[in-house]
Design a protein around this ligand. Structure first.
Ligand SMILES: [Mn+2]
Length: 286
């Protein structure tokens, strides 16, 4: 899906991830893989998903399909891996992970941005800057209402890698119960400590959904993203976080979003994403 922002290309992210050897990388770890294929998304150049309410309704329709597919994974006890697309897809995937017991789902949001805007605070109006607000119950009704309005408490969110927040959005973050580790905290105490604190914050949760936006990484490592921001996670910081989360055994679902092959360099960002997925699914150095 690329309807959550205005650039084309991020809709090709799943193809780039498949081309980078995703299925083989997961199978090498001993897991079985069933690729459910792509969810059909209206073309933004068609009138069907043009702008404004039409765009919001189109995103809501797609996220409802993601929610239904994801809910099936949860019910089957299967690990759900969701390939974006822009970050608005997480409205569907996180609501799916939450649907039967939202109070005990932890969400780890690895991102340069807080994605906590509402239509009232967003300078761009782009829905990919709003999913955390929607999932916690605030925003446009067609999005909030997906999954019978299931919402995850803000205190169950831990954000990691944050370094670019809009001014009105920052006020909302500071007034919320979101747990946020900005790059400053990561620089100060190191990723191992941040990962440990994250798991402590989510001790009351029996399962965790990880939402990985590739723009959390330093742009030199992940150039193929729509909204790159300097000063991001290093290659090893990202892998260390994935390795620690893998060991905690609570992670049951994962989004990998914002890979844009048009902006990428020889599919470098998709290759990195596949490596990080493998680390999250149990790949060890030794
Ligand atoms: Mn994001």
């Amino acid at each position: 899906m690329d309807l959550g922002q205005k650039r084309r290309g991020v809709d090709m992210g799943p193809s780039a991830l498949r081309y980078a050897g995703l299925e083989a990388a997961i199978k090498r770890l001993g897991h079985q893989v069933t690729d459910l294929g792509d969810i059909q998304v209206p073309n933004p150049e068609s009138g069907q998903a043009a702008v404004g309410d039409k765009r919001t309704n189109a995103v809501a329709e797609v996220c409802t399909l993601i929610y239904q597919a994801g809910k099936q994974c949860v019910e089957d006890g299967t690990f759900g891996l969701f390939l974006g697309g822009d970050h608005s897809i997480s409205i569907g995937s996180v609501k799916a992970a939450a649907h039967h017991a939202p109070q005990t789902l932890g969400v780890i949001w690895i991102d340069a941005h807080a994605d906590f805007n509402t239509p009232q605070t967003s300078p761009s109006g782009n829905i990919h800057g709003m999913p955390v607000a929607v999932i916690t119950g605030e925003g446009a009704a067609p999005l909030v209402n997906i999954g019978d309005g299931v919402a995850v408490p803000a205190k169950n969110f831990v954000q990691i890698g944050i370094r670019d927040v809009d001014s009105e959005e920052a006020k909302r973050v500071n007034a919320s119960d979101l747990n946020v580790f900005t790059m400053r905290e990561i620089d100060t105490v190191g990723m191992a400590q941040i990962a440990a604190q994250t798991l402590t914050l989510l001790e009351h949760c029996d399962r965790i959904h990880v939402s990985l936006d590739l723009d959390s990484l330093e742009p030199a490592e992940a150039p193929g993203v729509g909204t790159p921001v300097q000063g991001g996670l290093s290659y090893r910081e990202a892998h260390l976080l994935a390795e620690i989360l893998s060991e905690c055994k609570k992670v049951r679902s994962l989004d990998v979003v914002e890979v844009n092959p048009i902006l990428d360099e020889r599919n470098k960002t998709a290759v990195l994403a596949v490596e990080l997925i493998a680390s999250m699914l149990g790949k060890k150095i030794l």
